[in-house]
Design a protein around this ligand. Sequence first.
Ligand code: 5GP
Length: 120
Amino acid sequence: MDSVSSQKSIFSMIVDRDIPADVVWENERIIAFTDIAPKAPVHLLVVPKTAQYANVTELAAGDPALLAEVVAVAQLLADERTGGEYRLIFNTGEAVGQTVFHVHAHVMGGQLTEGSLGFE
Ligand code: 5GP
């Protein structure tokens, strides 16, 4: 269960195969899949399987090696799909648009709008 609510997060449902997703990479600790509402030509989510951490600050404090692994997977997927260049976003807090409180990295690549954060 995540640290914000006692309900299973949507990403835990994907990890457990309760709901489908286009999974592009997976190991024991991490899953990566395409965002259901892409905001860039390539828009992947890299997600620790544990629901213990609601955001990147909690993950960095609780398991820095897992955070490093998330970044390594982001690079690996970008190497495969976007020529190795990408934008890495961790939304932290409702005010900036975080909607899923199970830590995840947005990996965005392709032609992004210059000057935007990729979400416009
Ligand atoms: P946040 O706004 O919390 O940083 O990002 C959550 C992301 O999860 C959003 O970009 C949203 O489109 C994506 N998302 C929400 N529900 C699902 C889902 O059921 N499947 C997939 N693949 N992505 C989802």
